[in-house]
Design a protein. Structure first.
Length: 228
């Protein structure tokens, strides 16, 4: 928080790298604890704590939990969240959605059917999202004429901040939002609990990659578009 107040972007970047290292260490410890003590309430509460990102690794831990916790009220809420998040897994068909664009006109994702499509959940206030934007801009400029499109779903609450970030970062593609922050109806539909999150969809409407960052997007597009 102090680094943010000081607008020390380099310091924030270094701190995030330290957080990532600690997070990896934490996951190793958590996996061992849940494996050894699946009936412990600490196992359940710890799994709840990391439910902001549901992937195969998370589901492995969830499956180990005692059925008593899964049948609890909070356990049922988690099961519902998992069901939503599974819609974003590789191999799943993309569920259709629509939301208003920056001009207030309803925009449907189905209008982009038949294209390679990146769906990016982000927000103007999200530091990691903003730092990732130059990579997305680079990929878009390289592949926009080769059947590739992008739609950004913003979790902003303030329309002015949302539009200002689009302009500043040069995001010249499709944008939609409520704007209701974390209660954004599209993000709720897909069980999004952390950002940035990205889905790459093929022309047949199936998700072929999830949460690719940096140069991974260009590598994925190059692979699927078979560009030399």
């Amino acid at each position: 928080m102090a680094l943010r107040e000081a607008k020390d972007n380099e310091g924030i970047k270094n701190m995030e790298a330290k957080f990532e290292a600690v997070d990896l260490e934490k996951k190793v410890i958590l996996k061992k604890f849940v494996t050894d003590k699946p009936a412990s309430f600490i196992s359940f509460s710890s799994v709840l704590e990391i439910s902001y990102m549901i992937d195969d690794e998370f589901l492995t831990l969830y499956d180990l939990l005692d059925p008593l916790y899964k049948s609890s009220e909070r356990g049922k809420e988690l099961a519902s969240q998992i069901a939503k998040s599974k819609k974003t897994f590789v191999g799943q068909p993309l569920e259709s959605f629509s939301q208003k664009d920056t001009t207030g006109v309803e925009f449907s994702v189905t209008s982009l059917s038949g294209k390679y499509l990146l769906i990016d959940f982000w927000a103007s206030w999200c530091g990691p999202c903003r730092r990732e934007n130059p990579n997305i801009v680079k990929a878009y400029n390289a592949y926009k004429d080769q059947n590739f499109e992008i739609i950004d779903v913003s979790l902003d609450c303030k329309k002015e901040a949302w539009i200002a970030a689009i302009i500043k970062d040069g995001l010249i593609w499709h944008h939609v939002s409520d704007p209701k922050g974390w209660k954004n109806e599209v993000s709720e539909m897909f069980g999004i609990r952390s950002i940035p999150q990205k889905l790459l969809v093929n022309p047949e409407g199936k998700i072929i990659a999830r949460n690719i960052t940096g140069g991974e997007l260009e590598l994925a597009l190059n692979k699927h578009l078979k560009i030399n």
